[in-house]
Write a protein that binds this ligand. Structure first.
Ligand code: TXA
Ligand code: MG
Length: 530
């Protein structure tokens, strides 16, 4: 473990001693975290493959994700490339120094670890006196991804770098918070139409104005990520995050409704809010002190502060112990495209569900999931369809001791066929915690099934019931096992289930069944370096 040294410098006029020291470390193959106008970078000598390897190790970055090379002046690219596409020259003249990374055919001087073996090398000239001075004095191009642990929000302050990389980097140069707050735009000008591989500090509109036509690479179009970095989860806080959609008013209503749900479950909510909606959250803040934190990102009319505060706000949500982040979304013009991209990735694309459109999920449970519960599943779906689908409903069935992969029993298939229910494609499955988590209502065929479920999933006791408990006037006691008892008994079981489920469905449609709505995020926390 390295001893990480922190140096504070004036961003406009950095201390030469510090710059010389840091430049020396770069030349000797060490790692220096430094500010740029976008985010902090984790730099190494781009011409030294071993030094660049260190970046990957320090960040825990996948080897197939190439890094950007930083130069301090446009001529700096010459030894690194075999040619300069005409459009690239124009863009360099217009946007460098600045948050625009361009792809060039790579020269043999660039180690393959830098480009992850790709033929193009990404280069940019940062618009920050500290970065420029450092690269200049080092006298080498500097390979630098964002100075965060891979997958985490990019750092916009030295403290954030420190919290991710303490002990993994030789020095951190602290020049205060970065200005833009989202990373550079990565643009591929090697093809016929320039393509934005990552939206960033230079907007699509600015590029369109300069070039006429620009494409934005669709993420994962045809399953192939346009930029290697885009296939990885990024910018993710260690707290589950959900996005609100729709106009500004709908967003705040959705957020407030979801907050009530979450707070009633004992969760602490953090909201990333637009300035416009801020006053509307005030009464909630008073009503739920310590449970409902609102962080102002900025105005929908001026997205620069939103971009500048975005990553640090995600980290702040972690610090204050939020259990869930609910974020507003912003217009996608100008910096908004980059903001939308980062929000999308930080949340894993999860949205706050509109409760009026969320299907209810019913889980039917018996022992082997070959007779009673598949019959109940099929019948419930049919009954619901016959009632004209009062609201969206999903029904599945599982067994407490099911052997996976068995078909429904022949008799079950027969008696269901008579009722217009096809169990021919049913396959048995054992019940899992995810099944129970996702369900709003779990219906056990017998008291023994209920007990088995309760002992395995006590945390979900409030949604586990026997059918008899739900419709005591129709079903008395257990729905007993017909297996091995012949078709007649199956017929009796089917009739009992049908009667019971019709009644249950009618009660559900009338809103008389206490449903434990599943929580957001039950799909499991997104993977990330948390
Ligand atoms: O603003 C920025 O660009 C910051 C500061 C430090 O300069 N750097 C930064 O680097 O964000 P990083 O490594 O976190 O993101 C670089 C992005 C990744 O999506 C990567 O896949 C892409 O650029 N990239 C780098 N080299 C590439 C190449 N040769 N071909 C295609 N994409 C490349
Ligand atoms: Mg990064």
């Amino acid at each position: 473990m390295l001893e990480t040294k922190l140096f504070r410098v004036d961003p406009l006029n950095p201390d030469e001693e510090v710059i010389n020291f840091a430049a020396g470390i770069l030349r000797e193959g060490g790692l220096v975290a430094f500010p740029t106008e976008t985010v902090y970078g984790l730099g190494a000598n781009a011409l030294d493959p071993e030094a660049v390897e260190k970046i990957f190790r320090a960040k825990g970055r996948p080897q197939d994700n190439p890094v950007i090379v930083h130069v301090s002046r446009p001529e700096g690219i010459k030894p690194l490339v075999t040619g300069v596409p005409p459009l690239a020259q124009k863009l360099m003249d217009m946007f460098w120094p600045g948050p625009l990374t361009l792809l060039f055919p790579r020269s043999s001087l660039v180690p393959s670890v830098v480009t992850a073996g790709l033929p193009l090398v990404a280069i940019r000239m940062p618009d920050h006196p500290v970065a420029q001075r450092l690269i200049d004095v080092a006298g080498v191009p500097v390979a630098a991804p964002s100075a965060n642990t891979s997958g985490r929000p990019s750092p916009t302050s030295a403290d954030e770098v420190y919290s991710d990389l303490n002990g993994k980097v030789d020095i951190i140069i602290d020049a205060g918070p970065t200005n833009i707050g989202v990373e550079s735009t990565v643009l591929d000008v090697s093809g016929a139409i320039p393509r934005i591989l990552r939206p960033g500090g230079v907007s699509r509109e600015e590029l369109v104005e300069a070039l006429g036509r620009v494409e934005v690479a669709e993420e994962f179009k045809d399953g192939v990520p346009p930029s290697p970095g885009m296939k990885y989860r990024h910018y993710a806080p260690c707290v589950e995050m959900y996005l609100a959609r729709g106009d500004s008013q709908l967003q705040r209503k959705t957020i407030l409704a979801e907050s009530v749900r979450q707070i009633s479950r004992g969760k602490n909510v953090a909201v990333l809010a637009s300035s416009e909606n801020l006053p509307h959250y005030a009464s909630f803040q008073r009503a739920f002190p310590g449970k409902f934190l609102v962080i102002e990102l900025g105005s929908r009319q001026d997205l620069s502060p939103v971009a500048a505060r975005l990553f640090s706000s995600l980290r702040l949500c972690e610090k204050v112990g939020a259990d869930i982040i609910l974020s507003e979304t912003f217009p996608v013009t100008g910096l908004g495209l980059a903001i939308a991209n980062r929000l999308e990735r930080a949340s894993g694309g999860r949205e706050i569900e509109d409760p009026s459109r969320r299907p209810l999920r019913v889980l039917m449970v018996c022992s082997g999931n070959t007779c009673r519960s598949p019959m109940a599943e099929g019948l419930m779906k049919k009954v619901w369809a016959d009632m004209g689908q009062p609201f969206p409903l999903e029904v599945i069935s599982r067994g407490t001791g099911a052997v996976p992969g068995l078909p429904a029993s022949q008799e079950a298939i027969q008696v269901m066929k008579k009722r217009g229910v096809d169990l021919g494609t049913h396959v048995s499955r054992p019940v899992t915690v995810e099944d129970v988590e996702k369900a709003d209502l779990v219906i056990a065929m017998t008291g023994a099934h209920k007990s088995a479920l309760l002992s395995r999933f006590p945390q979900y006791a409030d949604k586990i019931h026997t059918l008899a408990e739900m419709v005591p006037d129709k079903v008395k006691g257990d729905v007993s096992d017909p297996i091995g008892l012949g078709e007649k008994f199956y017929e009796k079981t089917a009739a009992l289930l049908e009667e019971g489920l019709k009644s249950l469905a009618a009660r559900m449609a009338a809103g008389e069944v206490p449903l434990v709505k599943r929580e957001n995020g039950e799909e499991g926390a997104p993977e990330g370096p948390c």
